[in-house]
Design a protein around this ligand. Structure first.
Ligand code: ADP
Ligand code: MG
Length: 216
């Protein structure tokens, strides 16, 4: 079994629901080290995504991701819009022409997303950004697959690694984005973007565990 186009669309909508449920939480995190809009930004973006997705018939998963990315870029004012937007657009280029996804595609998608975020934001691991959830998640997923762990197990490991990454962001100083203006005062607070990335990955994992199993 694998994840088909309509399942991918559903996962995108579920990410929007998760973002909306965590709107206040993400905004509070951003209040501490930013400008208190991260939850608001993403909620606005993913509401627009839901509208766009409901109006498209495409089976091309690449087109679905590209639409999500372009909609985020066009509707999210903060830094996270172009960053997540680029991540999804890169995932869209990766998945162009595909009508189903398997586990190896999840690796390709995460690699593409990380590449896009790095290109757009010039951040690296340890700068206290969304990358500090995403990079550990990819590494853990790949490691688990290498060890012969099931895809579901590997997704669980990826989500655990993302959460550990979120917790790590509490210990480090921000070197990119608004939080970097605070210097050492950013230490002690978890990064909003790393947190939203973790929530997205957790939603993807839950959806895959209940909807379908990507093949190895
Ligand atoms: P803004 O900072 O413009 O208000 P948001 O509040 O929506 O935008 O998003 C803030 C999040 O964006 C941060 O918590 C961080 O994870 C992420 N971020 C900011 N700058 C960068 C960057 N250069 N590279 C990667 N992620 C970044
Ligand atoms: Mg903000």
């Amino acid at each position: 079994m694998s994840l088909n186009s309509s399942q991918v669309k559903k996962v995108m909508l579920e990410i929007g629901e998760t973002v909306e449920k965590n709107k206040e939480f993400l905004t509070e995190l951003d209040l501490a080290i930013g400008d208190a809009d991260h939850g608001i930004n993403l909620t606005k973006g993913f509401r627009a995504v839901a509208t766009k997705l409901s109006a498209t018939e495409t089976d091309d998963i690449g087109e679905i991701f590209t639409l999500v990315g372009m909609t985020l870029v066009g509707n999210v004012g903060g830094a996270s819009g172009p960053l997540y937007g680029t991540a999804f657009m890169r995932a869209g280029s990766y998945a162009a022409g595909k009508t189903s996804l398997i586990a190896d595609d999840f690796v390709g998608i995460l690699e593409a997303a990380i590449g896009g975020i790095k290109m757009r934001g010039k951040a690296e691991a340890g700068d206290k950004t969304m990358l500090d959830a995403l990079i550990p998640a990819l590494n853990a997923f790949q490691e688990a697959l290498k060890q012969g762990i099931t895809v579901h197990g590997a997704l669980t490991k990826a989500v655990e690694a993302a959460l550990a990454g979120v917790n790590y962001t509490k210990e480090i100083q921000a070197r990119k984005g608004r939080a970097s203006y605070l210097g050492a005062r950013s230490i002690g607070h978890q990064d909003p973007g790393a947190t939203s990335t973790y929530l997205m990955l957790r939603t993807i994992s839950k959806a895959v565990q209940t909807q379908g199993q990507p093949e190895k």
